[in-house]
Design a binder for this molecule. Structure first.
Ligand code: GUN
Ligand code: ZN
Length: 430
């Protein structure tokens, strides 16, 4: 057992932040669990007597919070972050596909996976649902690195058998065989999970989408990830390619790719029927505000998602997105919410923003109570924030008069400097 004394942030079942100014977090191993869990948490006064004799690491002045969950990110795109383009489709053609073609080389994949995960941890992200590339070796490299670090991570081989160049395009039948082999090799190993990954409907033939849907039906615990309704040109293209579908989103439904554990990035240009489909199938939206602002894709409709009641979580979408820092993503989500705001007040509250990047994103993955929170039973992935990491943050957090003001100060001013330490739950002894 280990204990940490600090201010502690976590979330209750009503999505409200619970903050113990002088708190104690106790983590340790429980029978049958793969890794350390939260055993007890709360006010120091109340929790310390439960663990007599256990000496806590003294982190007073710091804030312990759940590790962030990035609901959609492309690890191979870390090296094309900040590449300018007039919009999504030229960006894919000019930067993304050439970069992804380099992942045919397992050595390159291993080196990038290592760098990417170091960067995630430096930014306080402990779980991600990530795209690899169309090369199976890119998945092996990612999972090998995540396993070495004991992280809870999901990825999958990108499926794209048309409308993309040599070097990244795959073969329909082989792509499905490779996917099934990777599921068997990796899904459920330690804390790893496989995600069936059709890039987006325009890059997948009917046969490939049908095969992906069949795999999803055979493996209900595996995740599905794709992109939808990001950009007007992309949507017009999808409409041309699938003229019989009611909408772009409905293409995925037709192929059996809408269900719980299916995560669709962007979901910007949806209508109410699409939103109802998201809710009724249990699919979730990965909201990617820095990417949507950078590529000029549009503004996610947070109020529309709330009205319909489908699951959402925040995501960096690096390399379309401009930062792996959850603080940058939360601030961008706040700006995007301002765009569609119909009621006076804040667009999203700081507690909502933080929840959507931790417990909310975990819930969107079907992992509530597992990651993204620090309630008893959760896996013990957490971060230690140092609110005095810069002169300005020290002044501003020091004068915060409420929890919302403190959280907002960190969202607006925070970046990787704020994350003093990231702890991944230690694996249980075999
Ligand atoms: N749509 C299809 N592929 C991609 C991608 O790599 N990034 C983004 N943002 N959108 C996509
Ligand atoms: Zn993406």
């Amino acid at each position: 057992m280990k204990a940490f004394r600090a201010s502690i942030l976590r979330f209750d079942a009503q999505r409200q932040a619970v903050f113990d100014m002088d708190g104690l977090l106790v983590v340790g191993h429980v029978d049958g669990a793969r890794c350390e869990r939260v055993l007890a948490v709360g006010a120091y006064e109340a929790v310390a007597p439960l663990v007599p004799g256990l000496v806590a690491e003294d982190l007073r002045g710091r804030i312990i919070a759940p590790g962030f969950v990035d609901l959609h990110v492309h690890y191979p795109q870390i090296d094309v972050i900040g590449s300018p383009a007039s919009g999504l489709l030229p960006w894919l053609e000019n930067y993304t596909f050439p970069q992804e073609s380099r992942f045919a080389d397992p050595g390159n994949a291993a080196q990038v996976a290592q760098f990417f995960m170091t960067e995630l941890l430096r930014n306080g992200v402990t779980t991600a649902l990530a795209f690899a590339t169309s090369h199976p070796a890119s998945v092996d490299a990612f999972f090998t690195e995540a396993l070495r670090r004991g992280m809870r991570m999901m990825t999958g081989k990108v499926l794209q058998d048309r409308h993309c160049p040599d070097g990244v395009r795959d073969q329909t039948e082989q792509s499905l065989l490779d996917t099934e082999a990777l599921i068997r090799r990796w899904h459920g190993v330690d804390r790893l999970g496989y995600a069936i990954t059709p890039r987006f409907a325009p890059s997948c033939s009917d046969a490939q989408l049908r095969g992906a849907g069949e795999l999803a039906a055979r493996h209900p615990e595996v995740w599905i990830q794709s992109h939808v309704a990001e950009n007007r040109d992309e949507i017009a293209w999808a409409r041309e390619l699938f003229p019989d579908a009611r909408s772009y989103l409905a293409v995925y439904e037709a192929f059996g790719l809408m269900r719980r554990r299916a995560v669709y990035a962007h979901c910007i240009h949806l209508d109410d029927a699409d939103r109802a489909l998201m809710r009724d199938t249990g699919a979730a939206a990965a909201v990617c505000p820095t990417s949507n602002l950078f590529l000029g894709s549009g503004f996610f409709d947070h109020a529309g998602a709330d009205r319909a009641g489908f699951a959402v979580g925040l995501a960096s979408d690096v390399g379309g997105g401009t930062s792996l820092s959850p603080f940058h993503t939360m601030l961008a989500a706040y700006y995007v919410g301002r765009e569609g705001q119909t009621k006076p007040g804040l667009s999203l509250s700081p507690q909502q923003l933080w929840w959507q990047h931790t417990a909310g994103a975990a819930r969107a993955l079907g992992l509530d109570g597992v990651v993204g929170n620090l309630q008893p039973g959760c896996e013990a992935d957490f971060i230690v924030l140092q609110p005095r990491c810069s002169a300005l943050l020290a002044r501003r957090t020091g004068s915060a008069g409420s929890l919302d003001e403190l959280l907002f100060a960190m969202i607006v001013l925070g970046d990787d400097r704020l994350v003093e330490r990231t702890e991944i739950a230690a694996r249980a002894a075999p």
